[in-house]
Design a protein. Structure first.
Length: 515
């Protein structure tokens, strides 16, 4: 590793050590997870407050919170969020104690004469990123849609995002091209998340917990792209009871099942187009043979296991494919002129698998280690049969193969140093194999077979200078093996809360994307 990378990593280790020393001057802390009592899903941006004090915190996107600098004594701590019942627990903090206090909130019906929609308050107060939009399952299902709800078409309605046309779901964010968007599914890079040539996205909205789009100015934890980041998180699955749902739209049939397993939960969601099956049935009713040449499907699953009190293992996978198959026969009415027949078998799609280990090292130190593989496969098989005027038959076969195989190992560590400083740092090793092949009869041609890797480290600090001013400095350093390139990417985000419901944000940074 380059000296620059080593120095950068050392700086953030020192920052964490400094924050830990600073925090030890105080007497105790309260930390834990907030979950939905009905299904066990983590609840982000819930307010946790110690009554009769100025101390409190909000849970992050994983439902985790920390309240530090808590003096010795007896306290009443409550958790509240609109749409859920308020819960209060009484605790005692001893000197130097790190108390774990979890909450499970029950859903509640809010009745009032007038409703004023102001957005998610806690998220608004915490986030520094500019042009950040977060959508949950309900938002996606209620958005205007073509045939059925679609994540990417919903994002077309967001500021800074435009569509190429009515028949494309690809994202053009602030003038960037679709390949300049970093698309993550539970932290895994997805390279071509589209069906039917870009008309529909590969993500089923029934399995999505939330999707966050950062349309530029993204922080140092994200790299490798220049335009935007779309971070999609799947539901963890109902850990309380078994449940299932299904639906049929004009395009697809879908089914989602979830439920508890020993020490955890699971989720399975599948979707498939059915027009080809309807067409086959229709042809049989007419006494004919025939099939519709195209269909697509996708399947996504997730398994969460609580290995121990502070350890969780998450296994997830996504499989999606487009299949185009048809035969043709071009015969002349005059048999003396010959004929041509053949078949086309064309399929393409994504495969992702991952294992994530979440470790709560201490109440203020949160680690995630992800090992993932992401594949994109594109394959065409063409077979032709020629019959000349004399009845002689000749065959010729083509095969084109284009693959991307990405293996990634990364770790993100979040350190709640003090109420004013939340430090996040980590590293990522990514190996990518490109493979393009052509086969004509018995001749095999390797058009491209290349393996590259990148290694990145990053660090950032969300600093609450005051109740109205926040800054988020960060830096990312990357080594790219092709040409032995080193890139240093400083980032800076700021937020000034002019009024309780109005904030001005700005961001600056260097962003690199390798070919």
């Amino acid at each position: 590793m380059n000296q620059l990378l080593r120095n950068t990593y050392t700086i953030f280790i020192v920052l964490c050590a400094f924050g830990n020393t600073f925090g030890q001057r105080y007497t105790g802390s309260i930390s834990g997870f907030v979950r939905d009592a009905s299904n066990g899903e983590p609840l982000g941006y819930v307010n946790i407050v110690i009554m009769d004090t100025q101390m409190g915190a909000s849970s992050n996107d994983k439902g985790y919170y920390v309240i530090s600098r808590v003096p010795t004594g007896n306290y009443s701590v409550f958790a509240s969020m609109i749409g859920f019942k308020k819960i209060t627990q009484t605790v005692r903090i001893a000197t130097g104690q790190s108390l774990i206090l979890d909450f499970e909130l029950e859903r509640d019906v809010v009745e009032m004469e007038q409703v004023v929609v102001t957005g998610e308050r806690a998220r608004f107060e915490q986030e520094v990123e500019i042009s950040s939009v977060t959508l949950n399952t309900r938002d996606l299902q209620l958005s205007p849609s073509l045939v059925e709800p679609d994540l990417f078409r919903t994002l077309h309605l967001m500021p800074g995002v435009v569509a190429k046309g009515d028949f494309s779901s690809e994202l053009y964010v602030r003038g960037g091209s679709p390949d300049q968007n970093l698309i993550l599914l539970d932290g895994i890079t997805v390279y071509n998340p589209f069906h039917l040539g870009g008309i529909f996205s590969t993500f089923s909205v029934d399995a999505i917990k939330e999707a966050e789009l950062i349309a530029g100015g993204f922080p140092a934890e994200f790299g490798g792209r220049m335009s935007s980041v779309l971070d999609v998180t799947l539901l963890e699955g109902n850990s309380k009871e078994y449940e299932g749902s299904g639906s049929i739209s004009l395009l697809t049939s879908k089914m989602t099942v979830q439920g508890p397993v020993p020490k955890g939960s699971f989720l399975m969601s599948g979707r498939r187009t059915y027009f080809d099956k309807v067409y086959e049935l229709y042809q049989k009713q007419r006494g004919k043979d025939g099939r519709f040449p195209y269909y697509f499907y996708d399947l996504q699953g997730k398994l969460n296991l609580d290995l121990a009190e502070k350890h969780q293992l998450t296994l997830s996978g996504f499989f999606g494919n487009d299949v185009l198959k048809f035969d043709f026969d071009e015969s002349s009415e005059d048999d003396s002129s010959g004929s041509i027949a053949g078949d086309i078998d064309w399929h393409w799609g994504n495969r992702t698998t991952s294992a994530k280990w979440t470790y709560l090292i201490s109440p203020r130190l949160f680690s995630e280690v992800l090992l993932a593989q992401s594949k994109f496969n594109f394959e065409i098989d063409l077979g032709f049969e020629f019959t000349d005027e004399e009845g002689e038959v000749s065959d010729i076969n083509y095969r084109v193969l284009d693959n991307i195989n990405d293996v990634t190992l990364k770790q993100n560590i979040t350190y709640f140093a003090t109420p004013e400083h939340t430090i996040k740092f980590g590293h990522e090793l990514k190996r990518i194999l490109f493979d393009v092949e052509l086969e004509v009869e018995n001749i095999h041609i390797d058009l491209l077979g290349d393996s590259t890797y990148t290694y990145s480290i990053f660090g950032q600090d969300k600093w609450k200078i005051s109740d109205i001013l926040f800054i988020q400095p960060g830096v990312r350093a990357t080594y790219y093996s092709e040409g032995e390139r080193y890139r240093f990417e400083p980032r800076l985000g700021t937020k000034w809360r002019v009024k309780p419901d109005l904030a001005i944000k700005a961001a600056w940074g260097y962003y690199y994307q390798f070919l």
